[in-house]
Design a protein around this ligand. Structure first.
Ligand code: SAM
Length: 328
């Protein structure tokens, strides 16, 4: 399946809930937004039907996300069904890791391949401040469980912001030295009306690299499976790698291969786009597979050439939706 600019779209980011068990300051406003009513969330059957349509159109990779996907009841059963869709050969999960220690083995047994765990600090008090109440030790247990369960490669996603955690790049980078952990530093983006993003909070790529060093480019065979827009490096002799994802600085839209399905069934062609195309209504009105696939194809064809976040930087209006509504 190709979009209007010839890019092959083979990757679906699938949000299974908009709810989250953390309230990260750069992700959610306080008080938290009203989440979608439960009846508005896609059911397991609906998710599997739509995912099957995407797979028939050429999607081979699915990343389950949220909100926090592990708060969705019965996730392992859904994972089992997604893993058995013909054509899906890479099934992964993005999580904040809080509930992962309890679910890692069951998810692995259900067919989950690998996990990305979001973690922005290694300091317990700072963790509680950034997430507004989370406990770092829950996430650390989740990381251990993921590694023991073989949900490999385990990647840690670290969103960076000046004054929030930009003094911790070295500590995160050191985690990759002795173990096959892959740390990716992610540039803060202006998403949703959280009031957190300002251009001054961005950590430029050069500064990230200097603070994470010493670094050498990671050879192709050293890079973890599923590398998308990250540029990968490693500390000399390290077991893991260090990636940098700079959506604003690096302009990687030209090789974008992904679309997103929200937990309420909107197909969102671009992270920074409008409300997307509603697939839930036609699905609930009884549309058949051909109709749904035609809607998907049309929405993918209309995927914008690039996001507008960098262009808006001098006066950074946030993207209309919160990250928890899109899934990152
Ligand atoms: N709860 C899951 C998790 O924590 O990975 C999945 C959803 S979360 C919205 C996905 C990712 O988006 C997380 O890594 C989070 O840190 C990131 N994120 C949220 N708001 C962001 C922002 N304004 N800029 C960059 N990344 C952001």
């Amino acid at each position: 399946m190709r979009d209007g600019f010839g890019r092959a779209i083979d990757y679906l980011r699938l949000s299974v809930t908009d709810r989250c068990n953390l309230r990260c300051v750069y992700c959610l406003p306080e008080p938290a937004p009203r989440f979608a009513p439960s009846a508005g969330l896609l059911t397991d059957d609906e998710i599997v039907t739509l995912a099957g349509g995407f797979a028939r159109l050429g999607v081979s990779k699915i990343r389950i996300t949220g909100g926090e996907p592990l708060v969705r009841p019965g996730l392992p059963a859904l994972v089992r069904r997604l893993a058995s869709i013909p054509g899906i050969n890479d099934l992964s999960l993005s999580t904040n890791g809080v509930l992962l220690a309890d679910q890692a083995w069951e998810l692995k047994a259900a067919g989950l391949g690998r996990v990305n765990i979001s973690l922005d600090t290694l300091d317990p008090e700072r963790f509680a401040r950034i997430t507004r109440f989370g406990r770092l030790k829950d996430v650390l247990s989740g990381i251990e469980a993921a590694m023991e369960a073989g949900l490999a490669p385990v990647k840690l996603n670290v969103v960076l912001a000046k004054g929030m955690n930009d003094d911790e790049l070295g500590a995160f980078a050191a985690l990759t030295e002795g173990r096959p952990l892959h740390v990716r530093f992610i540039e803060l983006m202006p998403m949703g009306e959280t009031g957190f993003f300002t251009p001054e909070r961005r950590v430029p790529l050069g500064e990230m690299m200097a603070k994470a060093g010493p670094l050498e480019p990671a050879a192709q065979e050293q890079r973890p499976v599923g590398h998308g827009p990250a540029r990968y490096y490693r500390r000399p002799g390290a077991a893991g790698t260090i990636g940098f994802i700079s959506a604003l600085s690096c302009g990687f839209c030209g090789s974008c291969n992904r679309v997103r399905l929200s937990s309420t069934g909107a197909l969102i062609p671009c992270l920074d786009g409008d409300d997307g195309v509603d697939l839930r209504a036609p699905l609930r009105e009884g549309a058949g597979a051909d109709t749904l696939m035609a809607l998907i194809r049309d929405a993918v064809r209309a995927k914008p050439e690039s996001h507008g976040m960098a262009a808006r930087l001098p006066a950074p209006g946030a993207s209309p939706r919160l990250m928890c509504q899109i899934g990152g």
